[in-house]
Design a protein around this ligand. Sequence first.
Ligand SMILES: Nc1nc2c(c(=O)[nH]1)N[C@H]1C(S)=C(S)[C@@H](COP(=O)(O)OP(=O)(O)OC[C@H]3O[C@@H](n4cnc5c(N)ncnc54)[C@H](O)[C@@H]3O)O[C@H]1N2
Ligand code: MOO
Ligand SMILES: [Mg+2]
Length: 426
Amino acid sequence: MLQIQEWVPVEEARRLILREFHPLPPESVPLSQALGRILAEDVQAEVDLPPFPNSAMDGYAVRAEDVRTASRERPVRLRVRGEAAAGRPFPSGVEPGTAVRIATGALLPSGADAVIPVEDTDDAGGPGRPLPPEIAVFRPAQPGQFIRPAGEDVARGTVALERGTILTPGALALLAALGRLEVPVHRRPRVAVLAIGDELIEPGRPLPPGCIYETNRTALAAQAVEAGAEPLLLGIARDDPEDLQRLLDEAAAHHPDLILSSAGASVGAYDWVKEVVQRHGELRLWKVRIRPGKPFAFGHYRGIPFFGLPGNPVSAMITFDQFVRPVLRRMGGHPRWERPRIPVRLAEPISSDGRETYFRARIFYEDGQFWARLSGLQGSHILSAMARANGLVILPEGVPALPAGATAMAEVWVDLQDLMSASGTP
Ligand SMILES: Nc1nc2c(c(=O)[nH]1)N[C@H]1C(S)=C(S)[C@@H](COP(=O)(O)OP(=O)(O)OC[C@H]3O[C@@H](n4cnc5c(N)ncnc54)[C@H](O)[C@@H]3O)O[C@H]1N2
Ligand code: MOO
Ligand SMILES: [Mg+2]
């Protein structure tokens, strides 16, 4: 059995945890359910896109050679042999001295090598017009003009989308254009979320004295969804080792990819997590040099990766964000699992107790730079500051304080572009 590592720096904890996780195997999902999922395999085009040469304009398919001398003053007249509509190809070719009326997207008839837009002819355009016996062309055409060649978008046999691509609406449209119904994506991790505590009451019920509403499952399940995972909500265990084991066993019976608990992780008389997990598993890490979130634990329970998050609601969310979110994103096949950090100027001073500290902050853009102001009190029970925050400012271990005006690194949870366009103090 490996020894528990205690009082580990944040970066080292993250590294020790992340190395245990890899992208989950592919599963095939319908395109309608694939938005935001990560492509697990290269997708090869089995057809050309466009599948056939077609017109980019409503007009006439011609031989460029025939209209070489066309001008407004001396139009070239062509006999109209028929029509190519979208989905209804013209059955034969374009002979010298003739044209075929063509719609945008219609297959280019053989013999034609250019399309003249209707505006460059004496055809007035518009729906329901009978086919004219002949047209006058007012402009010459370059060979290839207004023709969309087969395979111009994606050539058959080439890789249309690479493994690791995030399936955006555009990527899904491309897959549909290739005729795909389904797409191989990394399976989404399933995360069992349980709570622990005699004081915890389900929201919606009356609150007995000394009790509070249970919030961590709501927060952690939402964070799991944001990280691309599927949460599996379990119950609330009492502050009792047998009841905690019962709920952990119930979680394990669902065969999730991870089990997450919150609370009972510290050194109190009712903090059973460490002991109970070790009955049927092991802990690799316990206590990280992070604030908030110090009592964080990581290990395995009945062979399933287990994260014992601290009970304080902000500590649970920050340790999820820093240690669980990257794991879930990596398992989901995301190419980048950690949040990028940007430099911000501090609108007020910050200080820590020596642990790497994550301040809940409002990041804003003013005078051409990003600034950060604390979003409220920084206690690990203060949910209002968490609710108002749009990011975290990080004070690394070994930097006890920074004055107002200093630069610190921050993780921003919203689009930077949005912040820049809403320039000003929040
Ligand atoms: N003597 C020491 N005491 C504490 C230490 C320490 O090092 N020495 N660490 C403190 C730190 S830091 C944290 S963080 C907390 C972590 O405590 P636990 O993980 O043991 O959690 P609990 O004691 O069970 O609960 C703490 C707090 O959080 C509330 N809570 C718990 N679960 C939920 C939930 N699902 N929804 C809402 N609120 C929840 C609980 O009511 C407590 O107020 O320990 C410090 N103590
Ligand atoms: O480090 Mo504990 O997470 O609240 O205050
Ligand atoms: Mg405790």
